[in-house]
Design a protein around this ligand. Structure first.
Ligand code: BES
Ligand code: MN
Ligand code: MN
Length: 463
């Protein structure tokens, strides 16, 4: 590919300032107070695709937030790559833990990013990463080097479960027809250790509510004589893991794919320092399912975690009260071949069955999705691998991630194509956390690597 590096270095400042503008819009899909901003972001994205030279740019309405579509079809005999990303972001709270406001992006140096990183909500997840694709296509179109057809589908509801996208994909098979799907919404092992994500975990997200007495009670007058919903809830939650940190829900592991010892040995070859891991998190020891390493626990094994728990008095000082209700939000990360709806039902049945007399239980499923794995012998994987070899001078390592992009399994089912996950974030970039950031090195390297994927994918496909 001709002069991609010089194109990037010539346009560095502009590439950065455009992304900073995008990051200033608080597109928080979870919070309806930001509805207008989410819609404005869709417009920003569509404008940016137009400016990059794409055709058929469309803001497709849905029942939720719109999906931005665009394409550049140069020849129907050439392969087509469908790029997916999301323009919505996670809520930024707790705000007081941010060193600078989440929607006022700033560039700061860090130990891992001495050449600078952009600090803002969405910098890495996923505005910075999908915008690399917008700049990559700009380069390819403006220098007349686009080797294949490209379609874009950038949604605004990924962080809340991609509810509208599922229907959109089902109803638009032809519009979205492609030979491979390309996504930058994951990470890489380190700046000098490129990797390609070959797996994503599935997800089942539920909310539980325990109701005891019909009103809050004086804890002196009633304490000890009625079931306290918070005591009950915490006990029920504690019982969901046994002493080896196995999940106790009957049937939970029935369909879990067990990796062979060879596969696990292969996984263990990926560079990883447990000491550095613990140091980065300020913990003395790691914790998890007996019999598995840290990297196995967070990728090939299913988990159950409380994401939030509340009830009773949490204001200043003390209040002696037995709350009428207690709540928790619980997520289960799933692996092949667990079915998320089946797991949700197993959870519900089990959780209801372990409630003691004296309380009522309500389990409300939120969203979920299936796990995904992609083979390393596909043309798409090979093309991605060659692209990284060119820009990083190293063969990327295949790695299964613990995160979820629930819609990816549905893409394969509906559109019958494989997804290639070329992520450029680092685990330390603090996505979903305060002070999320994205390295400038990673941003520019992504823009340089993506065009090579198109080139090699087309070459391999046309062979
Ligand atoms: N981009 C992330 C997922 C991710 C990050 C996968 C890093 C692998 C490595 C995505 O935006 C995300 O946060 N997904 C959610 C699920 C969604 C339904 C809210 C997740 O994994 O919690
Ligand atoms: Mn994401
Ligand atoms: Mn996310």
């Amino acid at each position: 590919m001709n002069n991609i590096t010089s194109y990037v270095s010539k346009n560095k400042e502009r590439f950065l300032s455009e992304l900073l503008e995008l990051l200033k819009i608080p597109s928080i899909s979870a919070d309806s107070a930001y509805k207008n901003d989410v819609l404005l972001t869709a417009e920003f994205v569509s404008e940016s695709l137009k400016k990059a030279g794409c055709d058929n740019v469309e803001i497709c309405k849905t029942e939720g937030y719109p999906i931005v579509y665009a394409d550049k079809i140069i020849d129907s005999n050439l392969p087509t790559v469908l790029v997916y990303g999301h323009y919505d972001v996670q809520p930024p709270d707790p705000l007081n833990l941010w060193n600078s406001p989440p929607f006022e992006p700033v560039i700061k140096n860090t130990d891992l990013h001495p050449e600078g990183a952009i600090f803002a909500r969405g910098a890495c997840d996923d505005k910075g990463q999908f915008y690399m694709h917008v700049k990559a296509i700009e380069f390819l179109i403006s220098t007349n080097q686009l080797p294949c057809n490209v379609k874009f589908m950038i949604e605004g509801e990924e962080e809340v479960g991609s509810t509208s996208l599922a229907g959109f994909v089902k109803n638009n098979h032809e519009k979205l027809a492609n030979d491979v799907i390309l996504i930058s919404d994951t990470g890489m092992i380190a700046k000098d250790v490129p990797s390609i994500t070959t797996g994503l975990r599935g997800l089942s997200y539920v909310e539980v509510e325990i109701t005891g007495p019909n009103r809050d009670l004086h804890s002196g007058l009633y304490g000890g004589a009625v079931a306290n919903p918070i005591n009950v809830l915490t006990k029920m939650i504690a019982s969901l893991h046994d002493e080896n940190n196995h999940i106790t829900i009957p049937g939970f592991y029935d369909k879990v794919e067990e990796l062979s010892l060879e596969e696990r040995a292969e996984m263990a070859k990926a560079p990883f320092s447990l000491e550095a891991y613990k140091k980065a998190l300020d913990i003395d020891v790691v914790y998890g399912e007996e019999g598995y390493t840290t990297n196995e626990r967070n990728s090939i094994r299913p988990t159950l975690d409380v994401n939030g728990i509340w009830g009773g008095y949490i204001g200043e000082g003390a209040k002696t009260v037995i709350a009428s209700k207690a709540y928790a939000k619980i997520s289960m990360r799933l692996v092949p071949d667990q079915d998320w709806l089946e797991i949700t039902n197993l959870f519900k049945t089990h959780f209801e069955s372990i409630a003691p007399k004296g309380v009522k239980v309500k389990v409300t499923p939120h969203h979920g999705g299936q796990a995904y794995v992609t083979p390393i012998n596909s043309i798409g994987y090979q093309a991605a691998s060659k692209a990284y070899e060119d820009t990083f001078g190293k063969t990327p390592i295949p790695q299964r991630s613990g995160g979820s992009i629930p819609i990816v399994a549905l893409f394969e089912k509906e559109l019958k194509s494989k997804t290639i996950l070329m992520g450029f974030g680092l685990d330390s970039d603090a996505i979903h956390s305060p002070n999320e950031h994205f390295g400038l090195f990673n941003y520019y390297k992504g823009i340089e690597t993506i065009p090579l994927f198109y080139k090699y994918f087309t070459e391999l496909k046309m062979k």
